[in-house]
Design a protein around this ligand. Structure first.
Ligand code: HEM
Length: 508
């Protein structure tokens, strides 16, 4: 610190103490806050004029390119996507700095054109800026759906889901022994059922959608509420990269996304109307919609609709992706599957795996965390936006930059994870002690800081019980093509490119 910069004033008593404290505070403040101008800019990945690095990012899963570039340019570098400057972070330490220490400078989002429409202009917890609206709707979703107390209340829905899932697997194994089961189809459908019961009080078979003048069956509803928006979210509009050209029309893109939006709004509106009729007839189902209609009357109709859609879309995909990858790895690695089965036998005996037993099943916990590390369903944190100059990893980052936290890259960081390519649950166990997993060493899969995933408890409960029960009741094997290495992914989340097809043999 430059001592000459501090004026020396000869005064006595409490005033002097107050000034000294003030100066000390100023000193620490100065040294804690970023002094961006004295620092070098973030290293750049070379691109071409106008387009920047766009041509190098043609595929729809940029986390792979980001991770490759991290090996050449380091854990933090900047790229240009057209006119937009983006800093990419692929290290645990710098990601934590961005998500926690510098949060106040990086707490807003700039959404793509597709996401702007599909999120009704940030009317969601996960996609909003960090503001009063965010805090209000986050409180609602935690109180009534995702927080620990709400999850206790929704336990009955998870139990129903697990029984349905296991019953369907047993029926399949009986009817079609030695045939390969498509786990995704069953699991996804059951998860959707759970999301509907938590949110709307009931699973849905069909509904008349007045605004579209048609009746939709459950598969069509799933398509409109979940499948289409997930595909729409990765639609690329070239105008995203050249904001100065936003006046140029791109009708095909606009129509596709607008249609997805209109259909989703229409189906949600129909579901809400049906529920209002149920309430009028005196039926109270104790679900998220009941809570919002009585406790959140200040929400507009659009905000109500989006608040209800949010847990449906968020429940229906990420947990399925994680569980499918875990079952694929277990089927591919019989020794690990055996060790898990033995742990379950020892702890549960002839009783079913239940949520109460999870704390006694460290290896199951390790399998869940290792799957999140190796195949985390959200490979890049939804882009953040720097709204005031800041510092990351010792570099200057100017306001107006986008920040991509490359979770996939963090989870593949060689200085943190030995042989990161390998799926190895042992890395989460205390060495030499079969009874303990490393609770402290979590992955970046759920993000971090104030915007950490609000649904991690639900995801953990469903995925762990699902994996535990499926291994307790069946032996899982891969056959033919499925046994070959297949780590390709598809979609917004890192879904397996081809659904897992496995032989399931009921255990005696
Ligand atoms: C394995 C499953 C899941 C993973 C890996 C995951 C991961 C993430 C990540 C990386 C974020 C972004 C954090 C950020 O912006 O910094 C997030 C946010 C969020 N997630 Fe999840 N998620 C999962 C499951 C769920 C589920 C099942 C739900 C709800 C049903 C959910 C609800 C949310 C919400 C509401 C947010 C926004 C939190 C906020 O902005 O304050 N997630 N999640």
């Amino acid at each position: 610190m430059d001592m000459e910069a501090i004026p020396v004033i000869a005064i006595g008593g409490s005033t002097a103490v107050a000034i000294a404290v003030g100066l000390l505070f100023w000193f620490f403040q100065r040294h804690q806050t970023a002094q961006p101008n004295h620092l070098p800019p973030v290293p750049e990945v070379p691109g071409v004029p106008v387009l920047g690095n766009l041509l190098q990012l043609k595929e729809k899963k940029p986390y792979m390119s980001f991770t490759r570039w991290a090996e050449a340019y380091g854990p933090i570098y900047s790229i240009r996507t057209g006119a937009i400057s983006m800093v990419v972070i692929s290290s645990n330490a710098i990601a934590k700095e961005a998500l926690v220490t510098r949060f106040s400078s990086i707490s807003t989002r700039r959404l793509s054109k597709a996401l702007k429409v599909l999120t009704a202009d940030k009317t969601m917890v996960a996609m909003s800026d960090y503001n009063d609206y965010h805090k209000t709707v986050k409180r609602h979703i935690l109180t009534a759906v995702l927080g620990p107390n709400a999850q206790k209340k929704h336990r009955v829905h998870r139990d129903i889901m697990m029984e349905n899932l296991l019953n369907q697997l047993h029926t399949f194994a009986q009817k079609s022994p030695q045939q390969e089961v498509n786990l995704r189809k069953i699991f996804q459908s059951e998860l959707f059922g759970l999301a509907m019961r938590q949110t709307m009080g009931k699973d849905v078979e069909s509904i008349y959608v007045e605004d579209l003048g048609t009746t939709m069956n459950r598969d069509e509803i799933f398509q409109v509420l979940v499948v289409d928006p997930l595909m729409g979210a990765i639609e690329v509009d070239w105008r995203d990269f050249f904001p100065y050209l936003k006046w140029v029309p791109n009708r095909k893109f606009e129509n596709t996304i607008q249609q997805m939006y209109t259909r989703r709004q229409a189906v949600m509106k129909a579901l809400i109307q049906e529920h209002r009729k149920r309430i009028a007839s005196g039926e109270n189902l104790n679900s998220y919609i009941d809570y919002l209609l009585s406790e959140a009357q200040t929400l507009s109709e659009k905000e109500l609709l989006m608040s209800l859609w949010e847990p449906i879309i968020e429940s229906s995909d990420t947990t399925m992706v994680t569980t499918e990858w875990a079952m694929y790895e277990l089927a591919k690695n019989p020794k690990i599957q055996d060790r898990l089965y033995r742990e379950i036998q020892q702890v549960c005996g002839s009783e079913k795996v239940t949520e109460e037993k999870l704390a006694q099943l460290p290896y199951l916990n390790a399998i869940f965390h290792e799957t999140l590390r190796r195949h985390g369903p959200v490979p890049i944190i939804p882009l953040r936006y720097v709204h005031e100059d800041t510092v990351l990893g010792g570099y200057r980052v100017p306001a107006g930059t986008e920040i991509a936290v490359n979770i996939y890259g963090c989870n593949m960081e060689k200085v943190v994870w030995e042989n990161p390519e390998e799926w190895n649950p042992e890395r989460f166990m205390v060495e030499g002690d079969e009874t303990q997993s490393l609770e402290l060493q979590k992955t970046m899969a759920f993000g971090g800081g104030k915007r950490v995933c609000a649904g991690s408890l639900q995801a953990m409960l469903i995925s762990c019980i699902g994996i535990g029960r499926m291994v307790q009741e069946f032996e899982w094997k891969l056959k033919g093509k499925a046994a070959q290495e297949d780590v390709n992914t598809l979609g917004l989340t890192t879904q397996m490119l081809h659904p897992l097809h496995a032989i399931i043999i009921p255990r005696k």
